[in-house]
Design a protein around this ligand. Structure first.
Ligand code: ZN
Length: 250
């Protein structure tokens, strides 16, 4: 792996380009620019931003194959993402250990659904006050995060959230209507690590919140590939000792 964590922030970047819209007022240069700004403060990260409308939908092989952690924000145009690209992302996570961080509406993105084999369906509603609870303070993604913190408004996401059981549930969300949600979850898949984090609707200001920024920063460090990924060759192959020959189930 390179000296720095090679981070690529993939963004759909359609909403904020409407200069008449609410999303533009919140993120005039795009959500990806704000994420890059706060990640760039870390000397151990090399951050690139790409968009759906870029050539190769932002992820030519050269860039994808040199990405240690991929962050993904998409909302209204998931269906436009090429299935071939999704397969390459999934392969890179499973086989080369690239980290994948799904942000907010990425719960319905093709890579998230394919990585986890789920619909990612959930219930949603208006932008309202949210409290994020730290459920797992010993986890590295929760480092420096208080017991709870408040977001003035974000989009209501509610259980039931159709995901596989997380390896670690790190944050829980409470919304003032009474809904709750698994807001920060991790999974290992193949050699890769996956984190999903709920805040970040395009007409809310959550990406400016220092705790949200800290969580995403922590998640990038947590999700980077291990230094020397195991190779998939069984060390006993060709040496006359094969597990399949010694373990019988019939
Ligand atoms: Zn949203």
């Amino acid at each position: 792996m390179a000296d720095k964590i090679r981070v690529t922030v993939w963004h759909e970047y359609r909403h904020e380009r409407n200069t008449e819209g609410e999303a533009y007022k919140c993120y005039p240069n795009g959500i990806h620019a704000v994420i890059k700004d706060f990640l760039d403060k870390n000397d151990d990260m090399d951050v690139r931003i790409v968009c759906l409308d870029d050539p190769d939908q932002g992820l030519p092989d050269e860039l994808l194959n040199n990405t240690d952690v991929l962050l993904w924000w998409g909302h209204g145009f998931h269906g436009e993402v090429n299935d071939e690209l999704v397969d390459k992302i999934v392969t890179r996570v499973y086989r080369q250990g690239m980290g994948f961080i799904g942000l907010h509406s990425a719960h319905h993105s093709k890579p998230f659904r394919k990585l986890l084999g789920c619909t990612g369906n959930l219930e949603w509603g208006d932008n309202i006050k949210e409290v994020i609870w730290n459920l797992n303070p010993t986890h590295p993604i929760a480092a420096g995060i208080p017991k709870a913190f408040e977001l003035e408004a974000d989009e209501l996401y509610s259980e039931p959230f159709y995901i596989p059981k997380p390896d670690d549930l790190i944050f829980g969300a409470w919304f003032e209507h009474g809904n709750i949600f698994r807001a920060g979850c991790t999974w290992a898949r193949g050699l890769g690590k996956i984190f999903y984090f709920q805040p970040g609707h395009e007409t809310c200001l959550s990406f400016y919140n220092p705790y949200v920024q800290k969580i995403i920063t922590n998640a990038v460090r947590w999700a980077k590939p291990v230094e020397e990924p195991i190779d998939e060759t069984c060390p006993y192959s060709g040496k006359g000792f094969l597990v399949s020959e010694t373990v019988r189930f019939d």
